[in-house]
Ligand binder design. Structure first.
Ligand code: SF4
Length: 354
């Protein structure tokens, strides 16, 4: 069976098949990706009303692509107290957020309790909020720093009220490229192992891929297939999130930024290759809202959320520092020909707007 016959019959693609998709015409690729999206979701596009908080930017790691860490080019160190985090949330809860998404740098000065007790305090004050927190990279850091196994950290996360794990820290799994972009932090095998342990607790997580830097197309396909293999075992990933590399203020010195065509092809290929991960998120923070809206025609069925404030990608040049109003978000989805559907953090639909 040739590649087009496989696509027409929904046959799972091999690594070579998947790589060959990049040679296909963009619009033809989009048609195949859209067909899968439409079969599963029709015209629905999911979003959620959430708040991102990045409680500290002090980091003992030195990822070359990072503009956020205070130990690198950003001289403005900060570490929020728990009271500051709670009072930040107060307004957001009044604005109707359903989820708080907490991701930090790897700060060796705070102690383990600073990382964990905030989740308990949030749950005590706002029991209705879904807490999405601690990437696999943070879990690896905490395990090393405080001499605990991954399972022990995961047990503590459950005990302190973490509901689901974000997908960050995956970057790109290829070991050689990984060494150059973020050598020293969680390895690919460790990242996958941590998510497997989390899924084994009957919990859900997301998976990201940072692309558009020094990786090749083959590296991206390898990344997707490693995730697909784990998903076959655990079925614990809710969403795949291709993150477009941001080029400002870091040490990676990338000169060839991916074209819009390359970004859209990567979305479409993700939708086709990751046949077992239900949701494909166009995270507008890194792709730009315009490209995220177009990505709906290339397989994406989720645009993440309002986020309110974001520090990590905006430090590297993304226009996300102040989030987006919910009404604006809804109008953009509607005006692009799709139906906005508010979802909760585990992808249950909560409101459809005609
Ligand atoms: S990407 Fe994360 S782990 Fe790496 S340097 Fe930046 S804050 Fe630290």
């Amino acid at each position: 069976m040739n590649l087009k016959e496989k696509l027409e019959n929904n046959i799972r693609l091999s690594y070579d098949d998947a790589l060959a998709l990049y040679d296909m015409d963009l619009l033809e690729l989009g048609t195949y990706a859209s067909k899968i999206r439409e079969e599963r979701f029709g015209k629905k596009t999911y979003y959620n009303v959430n708040r991102h908080i990045n409680p500290t930017n002090i980091c003992k790691d030195v990822c070359q692509f990072c503009a956020y860490s205070a130990s690198r080019k950003n001289p403005n160190q900060y570490t929020m107290t728990h009271e500051e985090i709670l009072s930040t949330l107060e307004n957001s809860v009044k604005n109707g957020i359903k989820e708080v998404h907490i991701v930090s740098a790897h700060n060796p000065n705070t102690g383990l309790k600073w990382y964990l007790e905030i989740f308990k305090k949030i749950k005590e004050r706002y029991p209705q909020l879904h807490v999405k927190a601690l990437t696999a990279a943070e879990i690896h850091f905490l395990s090393q720093e405080y001499n605990k196994t991954y399972q022990e950290i995961i047990d503590l996360m459950c005990k302190y009220g973490v509901d689901s794990m974000p997908g960050g820290g995956a970057e790109i799994f290829d070991e050689d490229v990984r060494k150059r972009v973020c050598g020293g932090k969680v390895t690919s095998a460790q990242w996958l192992e941590i998510h497997k342990l989390w899924h084994n607790m009957d919990k859900k997580s997301n998976a990201t891929m940072l692309f558009g830097h020094i990786e090749t197309r083959a590296n991206r396909i390898d990344h997707m297939i490693r995730l697909r293999d784990l998903q076959d075992q655990t079925n614990g990933f809710n969403a795949f999130i291709p993150l477009v590399y941001q080029k400002e203020n870091n040490f990676l010195k990338v000169t060839d930024f991916p074209t819009a065509q390359e970004i859209l092809k990567t979305f479409a290929i993700s939708r086709i290759v990751l046949d077992n991960i239900p949701n494909l998120k166009a995270y507008w923070v890194t792709s730009s809202i315009k490209l995220a809206l177009i990505a709906q025609e290339f397989g994406a069925n989720d645009l993440d959320g309002t986020i309110e404030k974001e520090s990590i990608n905006s430090a590297a040049g993304a226009a996300s520092a102040n989030g987006m109003r919910q009404t604006e978000f809804i109008d953009l989805i509607k005006n692009s020909g799709f139906t906005p559907v508010e979802r909760d953090s585990l992808y249950h639909e909560t409101a459809t707007l005609k």
